[in-house]
Write a protein that binds this ligand. Structure first.
Ligand code: GAR
Length: 199
């Protein structure tokens, strides 16, 4: 059985969707640990409700590399195949990148490379984009820059607010994150430059 670690900071709906898909038999994996850098994250309650092991590891005031080393320490005994960032709002420090090369995924609520960073649904609206969406990508040392595994597109409506657009994108996030994890765990891809080619 392939083991996942999920890193969260808040609501945890992507984590919950992955956990439910595993329960439903749509993803052959187990979640060994949920790590939250925010002790108040709702995701920690969800993990407890679902009987999934979790760890609150606050990052406040801590350097990214020091924090990453703590995460590596927590994951080391668990034989983790893939680390999934699911609404994890901190940069991933070098020790974690080095411990899991091309084995860390992130989900981002825009069609990268458009709108990296924060408040991205508002960015898409302000820019006047007619379509947005979400991206699952491998994590590298850059900000939202690693090779793209899956994307999904949603329309931006004239009547949208950042909240309504975010809600439309979130539905697709829940779908493509599981699909991307399935693909990566099965190893059915190769990387050519920046391109993730399904095999
Ligand atoms: C999701 O929309 C995710 O794509 C985004 O935060 C939200 C977390 O929701 N992540 C980022 O913006 C990462 N830069 P969730 O906690 O309910 O999964």
């Amino acid at each position: 059985m392939k083991r996942l670690a999920i890193l969260v900071s808040g609501r945890g709906s992507n984590f919950e969707a992955i956990a439910k898909n595993i329960r439903a038999g749509a993803l052959d994996a187990e979640i060994s640990l949920v790590v939250s850098n925010n002790p108040d994250a709702k995701a920690l309650e969800t993990a407890a409700d679902m009987g999934i092991r979790s760890l609150s590891l606050p990052s406040k005031g801590m350097d990214s590399d020091v924090y990453a080393a703590r995460v590596v320490e927590a994951l080391a005994p668990l034989d983790i195949s893939l680390v999934c960032l699911a609404g994890f709002m901190r940069r991933v420090g070098k020790p974690l990148l080095d411990a899991y090369p091309m084995r860390i995924l992130n989900i981002h609520p825009s069609l990268l490379p458009a709108f990296p960073g924060l408040h991205v649904q508002q960015q898409a609206l302000d820019y006047g984009a007619k379509f947005s969406g979400c991206t699952v990508h491998f994590v590298d040392a850059g900000m939202d820059t690693g090779p793209i595994v899956k994307q999904a597109v949603v329309p931006v409506l004239d009547s949208d607010t950042a909240e309504t657009l975010a809600a439309r994108i979130l539905i697709e996030e829940h779908r493509i994150y599981t699909a991307a994890i399935r693909l990566v765990l099965a190893g059915r891809y190769r990387i050519e430059g920046r391109r993730v080619v399904e095999t």
